[in-house]
Design a protein around this ligand. Structure first.
Ligand SMILES: [Zn+2]
Length: 391
């Protein structure tokens, strides 16, 4: 199989015709449309034909990661190219979601932009690599089609178990309008339990009202976030933010509240890590305790997606940008405010970027499409990162 004979637009059309909807969003069609097993079969067959060794990692029933390895068997440097195979549901879509028709220079259907277009670009670009030449350089390409990105990045998290401790360069495939994204926000969901002291409502001064304590905490949390914004806010990713989304406390109107439970999400901005944010929030809670406003506190974390940060001057960013220019694209460097599987891989890679043709605005939308010219050029540009087999 040679690069010249594979048309990425045809590959993508075939992929759009294989539904791989996140099962919880497939409703009554879950058995027919849900999960990534059939999509995984397609990815595996395609990559096997291109000379890759394929391993299946079953993360949940009917829900695989497909791990395709080419190049050196014991590589000194690994290129990790990863894209997710799941899509969101199809409710309210204005056109047939699984037709993959090309009209007006666009390929239409669920997943065309998020994320089958970028995934197809990655597959075709990797299929064009000269794996023998790559092996001679001590390099390997590991291509992963992953499950479950749309609901907590479960596939990417699971794939860490089968990856070495460290990889060289990671390209997380997502629609970036073919920009080289080297910074993204991070995302943590935190829970805080505040402890007070109960008393009868007729005698509140004997108790310590946990709801009042929570009020002091939330005020200071927002102030902390503003201070962090002044320090870490950037043109690439905007400022950090916090959203208090849930609060539950107290027992009854005539009882001083002994407990209050809060849940919030905090969006970090690189280079600040979630660990650093948690330390600051912990210190804030501790100072409120020392002031006697609360009796105790506990903090737990539900989700951890680190912010992405790779220098705009790094080798990967410069090389990919130049490769895209050679393919007739702008090769723009950018940051984004959303997060994706790159958050899971960047703590274990020298250099990580997010890249793909297509726009995130079309992901999850009632009209989803990808520009076929951008798809072709993006595929061509990506494939210039490594030695190409002659066709
Ligand atoms: Zn996506």
């Amino acid at each position: 199989m040679t690069q010249a004979r594979i048309d990425v637009v045809e590959v993508l059309a075939e992929m759009v015709r294989i539904p791989s909807v996140e099962p919880t969003q497939a409703g009554e069609h879950a058995a027919e449309w849900g999960g990534e097993a059939r999509m995984g079969r397609y990815v595996a067959d395609f990559m096997e034909r291109a000379g890759y060794r394929v391993e299946w990692q079953w993360v949940a029933e009917g829900r695989p990661n497909v791990i395709c390895k080419g190049g050196a068997e014991n590589p000194e440097r690994i290129w990790l190219v990863e894209g997710h195979m799941d899509t969101v549901g199809v409710e309210g879509m204005r056109y047939p979601p699984f037709e993959g028709a090309v009209r007006d220079g666009r390929l239409w259907g669920r997943g065309a932009a998020d994320c089958k277009g970028p995934l197809a670009a990655g597959m075709v670009a990797c299929a064009g690599a000269d794996l023998e030449e790559l092996a001679r350089k001590g390099e390997a390409i590991w291509f992963i089609g992953s499950m479950g990105e749309e609901t907590g990045n479960n596939g990417a998290r699971a794939s860490l178990e089968v990856l070495p401790e460290w990889v060289w360069r990671t390209i997380a495939l997502e629609p970036t309008e073919a920009a080289v994204v080297h910074a993204s926000k991070g995302f943590a969901v935190l829970e805080v339990d505040i402890e007070g002291r109960s008393a009868h409502g007729s005698n509140p001064e004997v108790g310590l009202n946990a709801i009042y304590g929570a009020q002091v905490f939330t005020d200071r949390l927002r102030t902390l976030c503003e201070r962090e914004g002044a320090r870490y806010g950037s043109e690439l990713t905007g400022r950090p933010s916090v959203n208090l989304g849930l609060i539950r406390g107290g027992i009854a109107a005539n009882v001083v509240a002994p407990r209050c439970h809060l849940e919030f999400d905090w969006r970090t901005v690189p280079p600040e890590t979630i660990g650093e944010v948690k330390e600051k929030i912990g210190a804030l809670l501790e100072s409120i305790k020392e002031e006697g406003v609360i009796l105790g506190w506990e903090m737990r974390q539900q989700q951890n997606n680190e912010a992405l940060w790779t220098s705009g001057d790094s080798g990967l960013v410069r090389e990919l940008s130049a490769a895209l220019q050679a393919a007739g694209l702008e090769g723009r460097k950018a940051g984004v405010r959303w997060c994706c599987d790159a958050s899971i891989y960047c703590p274990r890679s020298d250099e990580t970027v997010i890249f793909g043709p297509g726009s995130i605005r079309q992901g999850h939308a009632t009209e989803e499409f990808i520009d076929v010219d951008e798809l072709r050029r993006g595929t061509d540009g990506l494939g210039r990162l490594w030695p190409r087999r002659s066709s």
